[in-house]
Ligand binder design. Structure first.
Ligand SMILES: [Zn+2]
Length: 302
């Protein structure tokens, strides 16, 4: 669904400026202060888990750990829930581990900061759907797309319990934008024909099965957000389409979409030691998150 590629001339509202500073502070905490966080940096992984749990708790929501063991070490998915009028769940999630050798500011400090910011904004509101905010452990290799991936463990438990998840929204690397010509590339040449070559938009991606959810989300996003967006429902096997926690929910027959700046197809510091907090564009990052707040509000009313 290629959209019109308008330049980013938007100014931030006072609420969006507050949001931007929350995002900046939380990315700084995760990637600047805690830094690399994964099973090789286990103390830091747990420091990130503590930080997320405390951040959820400070919103007034009850935060809990959904844990499993990996070769004798405890790993924690962290969740906070708003009980809605209905039992159907809209789940907003992001992985909080970083890849080996990287402090993970954009991947995925950005997604976690956004998840916390959205939890703050919905806490205390009355919603139709139950809203669940989840930070996932162990998304990055060697757990990536394996049975030990935090979100797959989590999604399997949801399925086994009979949780009715009507939408899973995966926030994956959402803070880098560029206005330079040819700053955007694609996993296949065919896609490059249809989509812009300037990396100034946010992407919404799903598998073919989740195309109705994708269509709704992109319509809502374009109605409200002040930043260009591109949407695509693509076969899961196209490189990049399955590359985050939405894959785990697809595997359990739940509809899911990924929100992403397209990570390796745009971000020069992807999976490197240079994925640091200073690389993010916090203005446009804030516009993505304020747009997603409207998407969740809209999906909640359906
Ligand atoms: Zn990631």
């Amino acid at each position: 669904m290629p959209g019109k590629n308008i330049p980013n001339a938007a100014t931030l509202s006072p609420e969006e400026i507050t949001l931007r500073e929350e995002l900046r502070a939380d990315v700084q905490k995760l990637a600047g202060e805690i830094g690399e966080r994964n099973m090789w940096h286990y103390a830091e992984l747990n420091a990130a888990a503590d930080f997320i749990e405390n951040s959820f708790s400070r919103t007034g929501l009850h935060s809990r750990r959904d844990s499993y063991e990996l070769r004798g070490q405890a790993c924690h998915n962290i969740e906070a829930e708003i009980q809605g009028a209905r039992s159907e769940i809209i789940l907003i999630g992001a992985h909080y581990d970083s890849v080996f050798g990287s402090p993970g500011a954009n991947d995925n400090g950005s997604g976690v900061a956004a998840t916390i910011a959205l939890a703050r904004r919905f806490a205390g509101r009355k919603t139709e759907h139950t809203l669940r905010f989840v930070a996932f452990v162990n998304e990055e290799p060697p757990y990536f797309l394996s049975g030990e991936m935090g979100s797959l463990v989590y999604a399997r438990r949801c399925k086994a319990r009979g949780d009715r998840i009507s939408a899973m929204i995966s926030l994956e690397t959402i803070g880098y934008f560029s206005d330079a010509p040819n700053s955007q590339v694609y996993p296949s040449r065919a896609l490059g024909v249809f989509y812009p070559k300037v990396g100034n938009f946010i992407g919404l991606v799903s598998n073919v099965h989740s195309r109705t959810l994708l269509r709704r989300a992109i319509d809502l996003f374009r109605k409200h957000a002040k930043i260009p967006s591109e949407g695509a429902s693509l076969p899961w096997f196209i490189p990049g389409v399955s590359w985050s926690d939405q894959w785990s929910f697809w595997k359990n027959a739940y509809p899911g979409i990924m929100i992403t700046d397209t990570a390796p197809f745009r971000y020069p510091y992807y999976h490197s030691a240079n994925d640091t907090p200073d690389k993010l564009d916090y203005d446009r990052f804030a516009l993505v998150v304020s747009g997603m707040e409207k998407v969740i509000e809209g999906l909640d009313k359906l």
